[in-house]
Design a protein around this ligand. Sequence first.
Ligand SMILES: [Fe+2]
Ligand SMILES: [Fe+2]
Length: 277
Amino acid sequence: MTGSLFAVSDLHVSYPRNRKIAGRLRPESADDWLIVAGDVGEVFADVEQTLAGLRDRFATVIWAPGNHELWTHPNDPVQLRGVERYDALVRMCRDNGVLTPEDDYPVWTGPGGPVTVAPLFLLYDYSFRVPGVTGKEESLRRAYAAGVVCTDEMMLHPAPFPDRESWCWDRVARTRERLDAIDPAMSTVLVSHWPLVREPTEVLRYPDFAQWCGTELTADWHRRYRATVAVYGHLHIPRTTHYDGVRFEEVSLGYPREWVRRGTPPQPMRRILGDGS
Ligand SMILES: [Fe+2]
Ligand SMILES: [Fe+2]
C-alpha cells in the first residue's frame, strides 16, 4: 500500500475563507487518509457537510471532536447538549462513513505502518493550571479577572454530568480501557483535539487559558500507549515538537485573523506518515 496519513484540525468553517480552504483539501493519492482533529465548526450541519465532503475525497476520514462541535450555539437549529450532542455527532459521522472515537481503531498499513490510529475524545479538567494556583475555583477566578475565559463556559454543556471535569474523567476512564486493549506489539498514532501533555500550552499568550486545554491524567499516554506520533490542535499554534522522543504535531488551521498574520495562504494539511514520493 502507498499513500500518506494526513492530519488537519481547527478548520472553523463558519468563516467563509476557512470554508473555502476546507473545500479545497485534496488527497495526493487514492490511498491517502485524513485525520480531522476537531473544531470543524459549531453548527451541526456545517460539521456534517464538511466531513461528508472530505469523506468523498479521502479513502478514510477519522474525526475526533473539538470543543466547538460540542457547543450548543444559539444559531444552530440542533440544540442538543452535552453527551446527547456528542452521540448525535457520532451517529452523523457513521452515516457518512467517517470514523469516530467510538469505532474500532483503524490500522494504517501504508508507509510508516502498521500503526493503530486512535481518535480520542477526552476534554479537559482544569488541571493545566498556572504555577501556584491550587484549585479549579481559584484558577477560574483568575481567568475571569484577566478576561481570558473560554466560551466553553457558556456553550459547552456537560449534561448529564454535573460539570465538564466529570465528563472528562469519564472519558479518560473509558478511553484507557480501549487503549489498554490494543495489541502491545502495535505502535499508535494518538489523536486528540486537546494536547495529551501540558508542555505545548507553555507558549500560550494567556497562560490562564491552559486550564481549558487538557488534563494531567494523560501526561504519560504517549509513552504508555507506544505513540509514534501524537496529533492535536485547539491551541491554534501549528508546529512540531518532541516530548520523551515522541513527535507531537499541532495541525490547526485556526481563524483567518491568525493565519493571515502568518503570510502565505495556508495549506493546513500535515503529512503525519508517508513520504510523499
Ligand atoms: Fe479551534
Ligand atoms: Fe478547540
